[in-house]
Design a protein around this ligand. Structure first.
Ligand SMILES: [Zn+2]
Length: 275
C-alpha cells in the first residue's frame, strides 16, 4: 500500500505534469471507485475545469480545480499515469481527458481505491468532513511531537505498532514505515503504549520524522508496484533497516518476523527489547 512518502512522490509527479491542464471529458469504467455522487454528476462537474494544484493529506491526494475538489485514496494498488491518446489499458478505471490531448488515467488492479468529489474549493470545509476529518497529525507537522502522542495515547494499552498504523493518531504511516519507526526508536513493536515514558514518545515522534524525511527524499519505497506519475520507482527499499530484512544492521542479530495486530512485523529482539 502506498504510504505517505509514496503519495507525496506521486503528488510531486502530478504537479509537474497536470497543473494548468483543462478537462475536456471524464470517462468512468468502474463506478464503485466514486463514493459520494453519481457517475453522471461526477463526470459533468469536471468539464472545463483547470487543475489549480495537487495537494496531499495523510495518504490522500487532493486535486484542486477551479470550482471543485477531488479527494483520491490509492488504497492497495491505485496509481496515476499520464498518457496521450492511447487506447484504454487493462485496469484503467477512470480517464480524465485534457484539452491538450494528454490524459490522466487512474489504474488499480485491486479496485480498492476511492474518489470523493466536493463542489467547493474551500479546503478547510473539506478537512472538516469525511473522509479527511478523522485524520491524526502527520509526522512532518510542526506540532507532531512527543506531547501530542502522549496525550492521544494516555489510556491506550494497544501495541506501539498498532497505534502507529492508526490513521486517527498518526496520519500517513503504513506497515513498512511503522516497522522502521519502531526500529529507529529502539522500541518493541508489541510494547503496550501505556508503559511508554514521555521520553519514549518524544523519541517515537523524532524517529517518525526521520524515517519519513529520508523516504520522501528517496522518492518512497518500491516493494510491490508503486510508481509515480512519471513511472519512476522509489529507492527507499535500499535503506530499510528492518522491514523484509534478515540481519540487524546494528548488532548483526537475526531480524524476527511476527504478526502484531494482524500485520507482518519485522524487528530485532536484541535492539528492540520488550520492557
Ligand atoms: Zn539488533
Amino acid at each position: 500500500m502506498p504510504e505517505l512518502p509514496e503519495v507525496e512522490t506521486v503528488k510531486k509527479g502530478l504537479q509537474e505534469c497536470i497543473i494548468g491542464e483543462e478537462i475536456a471529458y471524464v470517462t468512468v469504467y468502474y463506478d464503485r471507485i466514486i463514493q459520494n455522487t453519481t457517475v453522471t454528476d461526477f463526470c459533468k462537474s469536471f468539464i472545463g475545469q483547470k487543475i489549480v494544484d495537487v495537494k496531499r493529506k495523510g495518504k490522500y491526494l487532493i486535486f484542486i480545480f477551479q470550482d471543485v475538489i477531488l479527494v483520491s485514496h490509492l488504497r492497495m494498488e491505485g496509481k496515476y499515469f499520464i498518457r496521450h491518446q492511447e487506447e484504454k489499458a487493462k485496469h484503467e478505471h477512470i480517464i480524465f481527458g485534457f484539452i491538450s490531448g494528454k490524459t490522466l488515467r487512474y489504474h488499480d488492479t485491486r479496485k480498492f481505491g476511492t474518489m470523493e468529489l466536493f463542489l467547493t474549493t474551500n479546503l478547510k470545509e473539506i478537512l472538516k468532513q469525511k473522509p479527511l476529518v478523522n485524520l491524526g497529525k502527520e509526522p512532518l507537522e510542526p506540532d507532531f511531537n512527543g506531547t501530542y502522542l502522549h496525550q492521544k495515547l494516555l489510556k491506550s494499552k494497544r501495541p506501539l505498532k498498532s497505534v502507529l498504523l492508526d490513521q486517527t493518531i498518526v496520519s500517513g504511516l503504513g506497515n513498512i514505515y511503522a516497522n522502521e519507526v519502531c526500529f529507529y526508536a529502539h522500541l518493541n513493536p508489541s510494547q503496550p503504549v501505556n508503559t511508554l515514558t514521555s521520553e519514549d514518545f518524544q523519541n517515537i515522534a523524532i524517529s517518525a520524522k526521520k524515517v519519513i524525511i529520508k523516504a520522501i527524499s528517496l522518492g518512497g519505497t518500491t516493494i510491490r508496484t508503486f510508481v509515480n506519475a512519471h513511472e519512476i520507482s522509489g529507492r527507499f527499499q535500499n535503506e530499510l533497516m528492518v522491514h523484509m530484512r534478515k540481519k540487524c544492521c546494528i548488532c548483526g542479530g537475526e531480524i524476527t518476523k511476527e504478526f502484531v495486530g494482524g500485520r507482518g512485523t519485522y524487528y530485532c529482539k536484541n535492539c528492540q527489547k520488550m520492557r
